[in-house]
Each structure stands twice: as C-alpha cells, then as structure tokens.
Write a protein that binds this ligand. Structure first.
Ligand SMILES: NC(=O)c1ccc[n+]([C@@H]2O[C@H](COP(=O)([O-])OP(=O)(O)OC[C@H]3O[C@@H](n4cnc5c(N)ncnc54)[C@H](O)[C@@H]3O)[C@@H](O)[C@H]2O)c1
Length: 447
C-alpha cells in the first residue's frame, strides 16, 4: 500500500466497474532491470543524426526491434534533421501508429533540432516538436510518458546517450512533458565515454564522490540512497539537530556524515575542508536542503523571508562561490540544485519560497557558462507534488488536487527526484547544463 489510498483502491476491478478510472502504477527502476521490458520502434525524419547511435544503444541494452505490429515499450523518433513542414508531416506518419502501440509505462522520446535563426521555417518546425511532445504527454495513458531532447547541431550523437538511457528507462517514471537541450559536452569529454558493460549501466556513478545537503530525511535521504546504489561515495550533510537520522543515512549508504548548518558563516569552508580531507575532491554536489515558512505576501515578516532565502538560496550561492574559487570540484563536476515548480508557477502564500526557488534557476543559468570552462555542469530540478511528510500533512482537499492535476494523475516519490539527480550527476551527462528539469508528472501548474 502506498499513502495514495485512492490510487490503491482504483486498482480493484470492482471499483473500476463503478466507473472510477484506474490510476496507473508506474514502472520504477530496480538494479538489474532491463532498460525496457519490450521492443522499441526507432525511426528518423529528415537527415536525422542520432538514429544510428540510438539503435546501437538499444542493441547493447538487449532491446529488440519492434516489428510492424504489437505493443512497443518505446517509440523513438530522431527528428534532428527536420527542417520543413513536410518533415513535420512525416513525423506525424510515424507518431500516430506508434502512440497507438505504446505499452503501459511506455516511452515516447523525440529528438528534435535547435531552431535555426537563419531559416524561419526550420525554426518554426523545431518549436513545433515542443507542442507535439507536450500534447502527447497529456494523451498517452497507463503511465506512459513523452519527452523531447533538443540536440545542438555540433553535439556528437553520443552526447545524448545518458539522456536517452534515462528517459527510456524506469528511472524517469515521473518525468513527463519535458524539453531538455543536449549541447556539446563541457570540458575534455568532447567524445563522451560510452557505457558498454551492464555493470557500468547499473552503477553509472561508480567511484564518484557526491555531497547531498538536507540528507537526513525526505527527498535528500532518497538522493543519498540512490546515488550510493549507483556506486557513489556519499557525504550526507544536515543540521546537528538531525544528527541521529543523518548517521543512519550515512551508515546505510556506507558514506560519511557531516553535521553542518549550511547557513553558518563558515559552512562553505567547513564543507570543502571535509571533502578535501576525507575524499580529496567532489564530483557531484546536490543542493537539496530547503525550508518553507508560508505566509501571504501582505503578512510576510522579515524573519520568514530571510530564513527561507538564507537556506534555499544564499547558502547555495556561497557554496558554489567557494567551489568555483577552489580546486575541490573535479573536472567532471556536476552541481544539481533542487528548485520547485513553485519557483516556476508561483504559489499562494509562498512568495518567499518561490523567490528562493526561482532564484535558484537564475543562479543555475548564470553559473553554467562559468562552470563549463572547467568541465563542470550545473542544472536545476523542479519537483512538483512529491509524496513526503510535508505533503502528507496537507489538508485532504489540497493534497488530492495536488496529486491529480498532472498527466500521470498521482504524486511522485522522493526516488523520482533522486533518479533525476543520478542522471545529471553522471560524467556522461556533460551535454546538459544550465537547464531546469521538472519532476512533476507534467503538472498543469506552470506548464
Ligand atoms: N516535498 C515536495 O513535494 C517538494 C516539492 C518541490 C521541491 N521540494 C524541495 O526538495 C527539497 C527537499 O524537500 P523535502 O520535502 O525532502 O524536505 P524535508 O523538510 O523533509 O527535508 C529537508 C532537509 O533539509 C534539512 N535542512 C534544513 N535546513 C538546513 C540547513 N540550514 N542546513 C542543513 N540542512 C538543512 C532539514 O533538516 C531536512 O533534513 C527542498 O529543497 C524542497 O524545497 C520538495
């Protein structure tokens, strides 16, 4: 049983007979699971650059080619070469039958071109794919998702591999209706390291040192568990008052615990010293610690305002500054900042929280080019409604509304945010930087 009673009840055939729609149970990742649990359809329109690479990736992963009939676990369209309305019509010819064949928890993944300012029709066509994917996300049923990768013309085909793998796999269960840009990978990794053996695919963070703030509970604890499962050595950070829970996380992940209030004036210095002394470096930095102090703007006092901005934004700015000024962040460094859909859509009573979470997005965009110079990336994840203690305490009506107003008609789990962190944390994800990925089941809020 989950804490979503309505979803559990909706699985019962007797309840379905009353006309209650079934809320899908999403396929989620467990180690050793195949990339897809059925065959895949792959096609290209125009002079697609990525289809061959994707076919090779699927073959390595043991995924069979779908024939002309039957259910498919994934349908992938390489439209990176699409430039004209005729190409768009060809895309529809593939998509219409493909969508009909999509299995439960199936994956519709499109790779599209970047707009070309020199060619108006090509720019219109490039943008059209966003409209297609966002609509398809709302149409596909039974836990299936639709996402778009917009590929830079100079990005080598392998630059999209980690994103293709993530969006096809069960790791992206609650990531729907998203548009992610794949650029030329930052740093040395112009030719990204391919992942060939299944051991590397199952443990894509093997040997990487990761730090997670706010790791004692909730989403942060799930991030620590997931990164450790994928092979990372995890430094779990939380306030001294959460020391016992923090120690439990560090014990079960086999990493180290650091009791630290990230708003302390010497927090960045202490964090970097711990990383340097214990591990010699850091590869993945996850800014997850966050608080809410809700109040309508008309009644907002300075204490509530300052407390939220201090934890959710000021501390991240200070730690990132210190990382940039030091040599602790490795040359495949990946910084992942937890924002929120409140920072995109706004939320009644959350002007302070939304300011901090929108601020995180502004910070990510400004830092991406600076970090690219040293081979590092920075991205934001904006979770929507996630089933945690916090959302569990909401009044029933607000909670039910929050859960249902997305394409998957349910809340996400902390692990869904964690899996997205794991993808962005890989050395192979160097083509994705300065972006915001929502883990929201394609929520209508801020869409
Ligand atoms: N739960 C949701 O639905 C949701 C949705 C969108 C975004 N988020 C964001 O995800 C992140 C995690 O959320 P959660 O629901 O797991 O929250 P949570 O309150 O369960 O956990 C937050 C953790 O951060 C720690 N923390 C707070 N202040 C700290 C400080 N000054 N120094 C060090 N650690 C500190 C807390 O002790 C706690 O362990 C937050 O940034 C939150 O804003 C959550």
């Amino acid at each position: 049983m989950s804490n979503d009673t309505f979803r559990d009840l909706s699985q019962n055939p007797l309840v379905q007979r009353l006309g209650v729609p079934r809320i899908p149970v999403l396929r989620r990742y467990s180690p050793g699971q195949p990339l897809l649990d059925g065959p895949a359809l792959v096609s290209a329109v125009g002079a697609g650059r990525n289809a061959e690479q994707i076919r090779a990736l699927l073959k390595d992963a043991g995924v069979a080619d779908a024939g002309a009939e039957g259910k498919v676990a994934a349908a992938v369209l390489d439209a990176t070469g699409a430039r004209t309305l005729d190409d768009l019509a060809a895309a529809r010819e593939f998509l219409t039958p493909a969508v009909r064949r999509l299995a439960p928890s199936g994956r519709l993944l499109l790779l599209g071109p970047e707009p070309d300012p020199a060619d108006v029709e090509a720019s219109a066509v490039a943008q059209a794919f966003e409209g297609i994917v966002r609509s398809a996300g709302k149409e596909v049923r039974a836990g299936a998702t639709a996402n778009l990768l917009v590929v830079h013309p100079d990005a080598p085909p392998a630059a999209a591999d980690s994103a293709v793998r993530f969006f096809l796999s069960a790791r992206s269960a609650y990531v729907d209706g998203q548009v992610v840009r794949i650029g030329v990978p930052v740093g040395q990794a112009q030719d990204p390291i391919g992942m060939d053996s299944s051991a590397e695919v199952d443990r894509p963070l093997a040997g990487r040192v990761a730090v997670v703030t706010g790791a004692a509970r909730g989403i942060g604890a799930a991030i620590a568990d997931t990164l450790a499962r994928d092979g990372a050595i995890v430094v779990a950070v939380d306030v001294p008052a959460a020391g016992e829970a923090l120690a439990r996380v560090a014990n079960r992940t086999g990493g180290t615990a650091l009791q630290l209030d990230i708003t302390a004036p010497d927090a960045a210095e202490r964090l970097l010293a711990h990383l340097r002394e214990r591990h010699g470096r850091v590869d993945v930095v996850v800014h997850n610690a966050g608080i809410t102090r809700d109040k309508l703007l008309a009644n907002m006092d300075a204490d509530r305002w300052n407390a939220v901005l201090a934890v959710n934004l000021r501390a991240q700015l200070a730690i990132n500054d210190a990382l940039l000024a030091s040599d602790v962040l490795s040359d495949t460094g990946r910084i992942v900042c937890i924002s929120s859909t409140s920072g995109i859509a706004g939320n009644r009573g959350q002007a302070n929280y939304a300011a901090s979470k929108a601020g995180v997005i502004g910070m990510v965009r400004a830092l991406a080019p600076r970090l690219a110079e040293r081979g590092a990336t920075i991205n934001a994840i904006a979770p929507g409604f996630i089933e945690t203690e916090m959302t569990g305490k909401m009044p029933l009506g607000t909670r039910e509304a929050g859960r249902r107003i997305n394409s998957l008609r349910q809340g996400g789990l902390p692990v869904d945010v964690a899996e997205t962190v794991g993808w962005l944390g890989q050395a192979e994800s160097g083509g994705v930087t300065g972006q915001v990925v929502r883990v929201c089941g394609q929520s209508l809020l801020g869409a």
